[in-house]
Design a protein around this ligand. Structure first.
Ligand code: ATP
Ligand code: MG
Length: 180
């Protein structure tokens, strides 16, 4: 549906990256585009409001997860977990690249892939390959903290969510329906 797809990045330490990406998904789907949201680091067992909403089926946005065990507060230090997820992420990116070559979706959202890249869980070459090989009409949105200069170089649009204030700083727990 798009004439030309661009590459967007939502990064930074403030709230709003994933929710902005889902907003973009909603808008694109409402204008008749086929959308895939692929969630890295968010296993199927995680309680995720936006995923539940889309699984109700009223809006046609496909959500898939790299369904690997991952704990944000410990897995990065677990060598075995890291090695396992690196392989799974690389495979997932190759599969997503195939769908992008065929333009199976008009808009592809890779949630948390920027964080995966900044922590060495994903290979830059795999993401570059996806961007280079995709059908030229496919829009790609990458989210997550820590966008590197080489990734920014590849993108057409980069937004940084800057943390000014967040209730977590005062010890407030994540709220169901707002943070997840
Ligand atoms: P959201 O999903 O709300 O759009 P995000 O994608 O920008 O947030 P992530 O970096 O993916 O944020 O963070 C994961 C979780 O941490 C989310 O539940 C998010 O609301 C919350 N979060 C975001 N920014 C901050 C912050 N500065 N301090 C504490 N928690 C945050
Ligand atoms: Mg996020």
């Amino acid at each position: 549906m798009l004439e030309k797809g661009l590459v967007q990045i939502y990064t930074g330490d403030g709230k709003g990256k994933t929710t902005a990406a889902f907003g973009a998904a909603l808008r694109a789907a409402g204008q008749g585009n086929k959308v895939l949201v692929y969630q890295f680091l968010k296993p199927a067992t995680l309680d995720i409001g936006e995923r539940f909403a889309l699984q109700l089926g009223a809006v046609r946005i496909r959500v898939e997860t790299l369904d690997m065990p991952w704990d944000m507060s410990g897995s990065l230090e677990d060598e075995k977990a890291v090695t396992k997820i690196q392989a799974a992420i690389s495979d997932a990116l190759k599969r997503i690249t195939q769908t992008a070559e065929k333009r199976f979706y008009d808009v592809l959202i890779l949630d948390e892939i920027v964080f995966c890249l900044s922590e060495g869980l994903a290979k830059f070459e795999d993401v570059k390959d996806l961007i280079d090989k995709r059908d030229s009409a496919v829009e790609i949105i990458l989210t997550g903290r820590g966008a590197t200069p080489e990734l920014i170089e590849l993108a057409d649009l980069v937004t940084e969510m800057k943390n000014i204030k967040h209730p977590f700083d005062k010890g407030q727990q994540a709220r169901r329906g707002i943070e997840y």
